[in-house]
Design a protein around this ligand. Structure first.
Ligand code: GLP
Length: 266
């Protein structure tokens, strides 16, 4: 049964025994994509994610990019355009826990990317819903997403598209579930109530319109939700399940996240 489910998955699945191997292979793939992007007249923007899953990926990618020749690096900087998925609403502009600050730490500062090239929704806007709509419009004007990188929330969210969530949602303000605030509490001294209750997120419609989607799932804590995703049909209760309808979905998983399936396959 599980083997059949696994083989019938409508995506390219890459399983790595160790997360470090996954990170190296994904950083290679992203570097290739960025090289290819340099050759295009009007490349589409990258869709970037935050979270612990992505930290080693960005570290490895950055190390590779900083090895590029000065000319290539300058071309990369000039042509860079990325839209992050989401941002907390209401944190102070200089708060290190914003996703804006996260992206500056991970990539922006070292690559010297201007704010206009490494875009993150404006979580400090006086009218967050207007800021969300504006961000969605900017994304549309930029041609929509090319490569979208995604992590998986413990409750099946992608970006901050919390369950229940249909496939037609667009960039908007959302309320975060207590499960998500608990999941992200570590950066708020462990107190879920200190995690902002609202966020701006790119919607599933914009994510599903990306040319290619790379969903990255690592660690034993994601085994349960990954199994639910693999066994599911498309459903609002599991927002990531809508990704199954995408024609160019790549699933990157490590041994810990896929342990129960791997055992069944042995
Ligand atoms: C967070 C973010 C997502 C992220 C996901 C997984 O709440 N909104 O963009 O991909 O949940 O986070 P982590 O990688 O820390 O498990």
């Amino acid at each position: 049964m599980r083997r059949a489910v696994f083989e019938a998955l409508p995506c390219k699945v890459r399983v790595f025994s160790a997360a470090s191997e996954l990170v190296a292979a994904l950083a290679d793939a992203l570097e290739d994509h960025l090289r290819q992007r340099l050759t295009l007249q009007t490349p589409k923007p990258l869709g970037l994610a935050t979270g612990r899953t992505m930290e080693p990926v960005y570290q490895q990618l950055l190390a590779r990019l900083l090895d590029w020749s000065e000319t290539d690096l300058q071309q990369l900087q000039r042509g860079w355009l990325s839209f992050n998925l989401d941002e907390y609403v209401g944190l102070a502009v200089n708060d290190p826990r914003t996703f804006h600050a996260y992206m500056r730490r991970q990539l922006g500062d070292a690559l010297d990317l201007s704010l206009d090239r490494l875009r993150v929704p404006d979580g400090q806007a006086r009218d967050p819903q207007a800021a969300a709509s504006c961000y969605g419009d900017q994304l549309k004007q930029a041609g929509g997403l090319g490569l979208q990188l995604l992590g998986l929330g413990g409750n099946g969210h992608v970006g901050f598209n919390e369950p229940p969530c249909g496939p037609q949602t667009i960039c908007r303000v959302v309320s975060l579930t207590m499960a998500t605030r608990e999941q992200n509490a570590a950066t708020f001294y462990g107190n879920p109530k200190d995690v902002p209750a609202q966020a701006i997120t790119v919607g599933l419609r914009e994510i599903l319109a990306a040319d290619q989607i790379h969903l990255v799932v690592t660690g034993a804590s994601k085994a349960g939700i990954l199994e639910a995703l693999l066994m599911s049909t498309c459903s609002a209760d599991l927002p990531a399940s809508w990704l199954r309808s995408h024609s160019n979905l790549h699933l990157w998983v490590d041994g810990a996240a896929i342990a129960s399936f791997s055992k069944a396959l042995m």
